[in-house]
Write a protein of this length. Structure first.
Length: 314
């Protein structure tokens, strides 16, 4: 079941009400309390200010922290973390957190920003990838809350709950996975295995201002006026496909999940609580021009390709 709330601006009270509506129906919220360690995983793709609609808006992150604290979680036990592509070090993270607004949110709430840049292996039980090296906060958390941005994506058609978890792979190791799985079908299978390894407890997707066109960074901001929430990342992403009028089978990781029986195609609003009409197909929504025939290896940043040559053999 998905909660959909119509939210037309990043007004703090409006966003807080939407986030509270998600928490109100989340059974996992009943187990929260002092001592619960929570990881918030926003989409912090690169150093962009919130108005560019590339990153999860700080108002959403702030509202989630408030909802957790209201349920007894100590702010000091809440960690905000992400790993952008490219180099992964403290200086890059500090700049990313500052520009995206995460630094201000954590200063205001007492939540922590992760600066450690460490990772450990976790077995996935996946069909294609048996284990992943994941950033340290994933291992340390009792609860992982996935906070994606609703956007198009030139490689996968769209990005939301499942694709956002690629940010749990540290730095340049993302490029290695792109080189290991340049075929979009296999890349999708890898993302499904990764989702199983991270296993988020809750998803709250920021679609107040999303992105259309050639996302995830080169598209155009588009007011979608929604916040979506639920426990199943595939249900969330299928709902987003419906909003974008995008065939789920054209999204590599949703195609893989459908074939594995991990989700069922969603074609209507019957599984949506709240403002179901706000999750209707968006008129004139622009999809990426080039996502259909992409070889991912060509998208790996040129300076790091030499680091992952031969990675397909790993």
């Amino acid at each position: 079941m998905i909660v959909c709330k119509r939210v037309t601006s990043y007004d703090a009270e409006a966003v807080r009400e939407a986030v509270e509506a998600v928490f109100a129906v989340w059974d996992g919220g009943k187990t929260l309390g002092a001592g619960t360690r929570v990881l918030l995983k926003p989409n912090l793709l690169a150093r962009h200010t919130p108005d560019k609609a590339v990153t999860t808006h700080p108002a959403v992150v702030h509202a989630v922290i408030d909802a957790l604290v209201a349920r007894g979680v100590r702010a000091a036990d809440i960690t905000v973390a992400d790993s952008p592509g490219g180099l992964y070090n403290e200086n890059i993270l500090r700049a990313l957190y500052r520009v995206s607004g995460m630094e201000d949110v954590c200063e205001a709430t007492g939540a922590k920003l992760y600066m450690g840049c460490r990772a450990r292996e976790r077995r996935s039980g996946g069909a294609l990838v048996s284990s992943f090296n994941l950033i340290e906060p994933v291992h340390d958390a009792d609860v992982v809350i996935d906070l994606p941005k609703i956007k198009t994506h030139v490689m996968t058609g769209m990005t939301c709950a499942v694709k956002n978890l690629f940010g749990t792979i540290p730095g340049l190791e993302k490029a290695e996975l792109h080189m290991r799985f340049p075929d979009k079908k296999r890349f999708g299978e890898m993302l499904v295995d990764l989702c199983g390894a991270v296993c988020p407890s809750l998803v709250i997707a920021d679609g107040v201002i999303g992105m259309e066109g050639d996302g995830p960074a080169g598209g155009v901001p588009r007011a979608l006026n929604v916040i979506l929430g639920g426990v199943d990342p595939y249900e969330i992403d299928l709902a987003v496909c419906r909003m974008m009028d995008l065939d789920p089978e054209a999204v590599p990781y949703l195609d893989a999940a459908l074939r594995r029986g991990l989700c069922k195609r969603v074609n209507g609003p019957w599984n949506i609580l709240g403002d179901a009409d706000a999750a209707a197909p968006v008129a004139g929504f622009r999809l990426p021009r080039s996502y259909v025939d992409i070889n991912f290896s060509a998208r790996v940043p040129r300076p790091v390709r030499w680091l992952v040559q031969g990675a397909e053999k790993l």
